[in-house]
Design a protein around this ligand. Sequence first.
Ligand SMILES: Cc1ncc(COP(=O)(O)O)c(C=O)c1O
Length: 383
Amino acid sequence: MFDKTDERFPIKTQRTDLNHCGIAPLYSGAAEAVREFCEARVQRGVLGASTYGTIQKNFRRWAARLLRTTASNVSFMKNAAEGLSAIAAGYPFKPGDEVISYIHEYPSNHYPWLLQERRGVKLKLLPNRSLSQTTDNNRPCAWSLDDLETLVSARTRIVAISHVQFTSGFAADLQQLGAFCHERDIDLVVDAAQSLGCLPVHAEPWHISAVVSSGWKWLMGPIGCGLLYTSPALRSKLQIVMAGADIVTQGDDYLNHTWNPYSDARMFEYSTVQIAYEAGLLRCLQEIFTTYSSEQIRDEIFSLQDVFCAHLDTSRLRPLVWPQQNRSGILPLICDYPEALSRKATDKGITVTSRGGYLRVAPHFYNDDDQLTRAAQLLSSLA
Ligand SMILES: Cc1ncc(COP(=O)(O)O)c(C=O)c1O
């Protein structure tokens, strides 16, 4: 069912890349789209860039399909931090308001909230919990809904959390979390950098106010691109904090300085964007992530992880397999010297990375059983 051919994924002829949680291989179709745009400009100058508006329009439309929303709620971004910063800085906090996050979040989902302390906002952090018998509290692991319930107060405005933790691969149950926040009138802001393109993320039915993601991990796009979903209700509260030529509805009537900012998600695309990269990420969405459903991709990834585990020497490399609802694309292994092991494996043609004391194995749908079998055997022998 999946097109896993070497033509579309030429890296398979070179190595087994299991680093989709880090910098993933660029999808060959995305590279083609970037080249096409650049070449048109080389040959035809501004005339070659005439697809700019169409790329933007199509990007919003296709990204909206993936997120189960409408195009007016989607913005193209440079990275996850850009979207999170726009929300954090633009949110109408009052002194004493609170944001709740997790103690081991990725920095892009920590500092934008921490900066709001200068506006009198309190950042409360969920403690680390080892929710599984196979883990200890020495490594980042998970957070619990009980702790969240304890931390929430009448001043809680936002819960800012990763869908999937970049270290342990713990996936939050977003549907449950969305319902929790919705009942309490709290805005749920989700960093989906480690899930979009790998797990379903249904922004609207799950009552999520904002979803951000970088585009070069599970979406296999160019480095330096990403996207942002915002609900109309969230946008109506936010102050604009970044402004430029493209934020107003009068388009290229540049001498007309009437303040008419967009109220849809274009309000975050304040000026000229990295359009060649947007074309690249659009191609990923068109040819992969809306061709296959997120559920199909997720199931294929889990099946590849199962093949890997079946061939692993678990006396030396202990996989942390979460319950189904908390499972993700990251399969973390507990072992001695994960950094040295990841370097050795990468030297021998299997790209893996280590973070937070785990060795992370992160296959994507186009990897195959043979690759995962060989990867497990090699890692077992090196461990
Ligand atoms: C959870 C999470 N969020 C965000 C990012 C990337 O952030 P940015 O797009 O700001 O570079 C990563 C990268 O590892 C991540 O793991």
